[in-house]
Design a protein around this ligand. Structure first.
Ligand code: PMP
Length: 341
């Protein structure tokens, strides 16, 4: 039957490419967002999680009743937990305690075993990624997803997201813009699109507090500032990102990202997470630089509901020196209670 899928796993991918109408009209370009928040697990990471699980199954490392262990900012763990439930595996997730409560609570609700750990730099042996690798080694029947350096992650985007974008745009895509966490989404799509047409401009968007913009611009990873966005930015070039084509890198600050996600909410009706603000703000910059008539594709990674207590809370934002945008043309402050008749 048309539109029917065989379970959760087959429902991953084939997401719509949403035209961001106001931003397209404002720039004279077509700015398109790949609607990854519409994956059944709610984020772009469903694709990577499935690619990693399928590879572990094919290699014989993961067998029924086995456990998938991962260190994650949340979305990969959420994707893995859904997929493992559907396929009869267990999940053990290590997550930095700085990540949103919404994601941590959701992981537990999905049935994953969750270990929260202090957020420490990658060089520290107790960094969440290294910690998860050690847990996987110690646990019988466990495999380590290792999303940062397991290129099954990038391959999932090379074989699905990239071809979908090429087909959905009829091959008319001029630029691809995305922030990177593991680099899987950016690199898999960039590699595929460049193979179809080497003229496609591949642009890496980066939040403050990440070293990748400096890596592209100067060749050395230096880090300054910080960001409230989650799941993006890195202090190293992962195996997934290594060798990916990068024509340009754009650094986006948090206030700009925040203004962008509120604009998406009020003007496009899209309730999006923080990394989408970085992506779409960078896509708008690329549209302005390239000029009218170009087709710019970026990713709508996950939904705002995963960050409601943070990015959509005025007090949480103001404690971090950020201003909650106000809808234009609407009164400020709390609405007055309606008078009873
Ligand atoms: N946005 C969000 C919200 C994420 O969770 C992630 C994954 N960590 C990304 C963007 C980046 O995706 P990738 O790991 O493929 O670079």
């Amino acid at each position: 039957m048309l539109g029917m899928t065989d379970g959760f796993v087959e429902a991953i991918g084939n997401t719509p490419l949403i035209c961001l109408r106001r931003l397209s009209a404002a720039t004279g370009c077509q700015i398109l967002g790949k609607a990854e928040f519409m994956n059944p697990g709610g984020s772009v990471k469903d694709r990577a999680a499935l690619g990693i699980v399928q590879q572990a199954e094919a290699s014989g490392a993961l067998v029924p009743g086995g456990t998938v262990v991962e260190g994650t900012a949340g979305n990969t763990g959420i994707g893995l937990a859904h997929i493992c439930n559907a396929k009869g595996y267990r999940t053990l997730i290590v997550i930095p305690e700085t990540q949103s409560q919404e994601k941590i609570t959701l992981l537990r609700t999905l049935g994953a075993a969750v270990r929260t750990v202090p957020a420490v730099p990658y060089r520290d042996p107790n960094n969440y990624v290294k910690f998860s690798g050690r847990l996987a080694q110690e646990l019988p029947g466990a495999v380590w997803a290792n999303q940062f350096d397991n290129t099954a992650n990038r391959d999932a985007h090379y074989t699905t997201t990239g071809p979908e974008i090429w087909e959905q745009t009829g091959g008319r895509v001029d630029a691809w813009v995305a922030a990177t966490g593991t680099g899987g989404t950016y690199a898999g799509v960039a590699r595929y699109l460049k193979e179809q047409n080497p003229a496609v401009r591949c642009v890496l968007a980066d939040p403050h507090g990440s070293g990748l913009h400096a890596w592209f611009s100067t060749g050395a990873i230096t880090i300054s500032g910080s960001s409230v966005t989650e799941g993006i930015g890195n202090s190293r070039v992962t195996a997934n990102l290594a060798g990916a084509p990068v024509d340009q890198a754009i650094r986006v600050d948090d206030q700009t990202a925040l203004n962008t996600i509120y604009d998406l909410l009020w003007q496009e009706g899209l309730f999006m997470g923080g990394s989408v603000g970085i992506n779409v703000a960078a896509a708008v910059q690329v549209a302005r630089e390239m000029g009218a008539g170009h087709c710019i594709v970026t990713v709508l990674c996950d939904a705002g509901s995963r960050y409601q207590s943070r990015l959509f809370d005025a007090q949480w934002l103001s404690r971090r020196g950020l201003r909650q945008p106000r809808p234009q043309g609407q009164p400020q402050g709390r609405p007055r209670a309606a008078r009873m008749a």
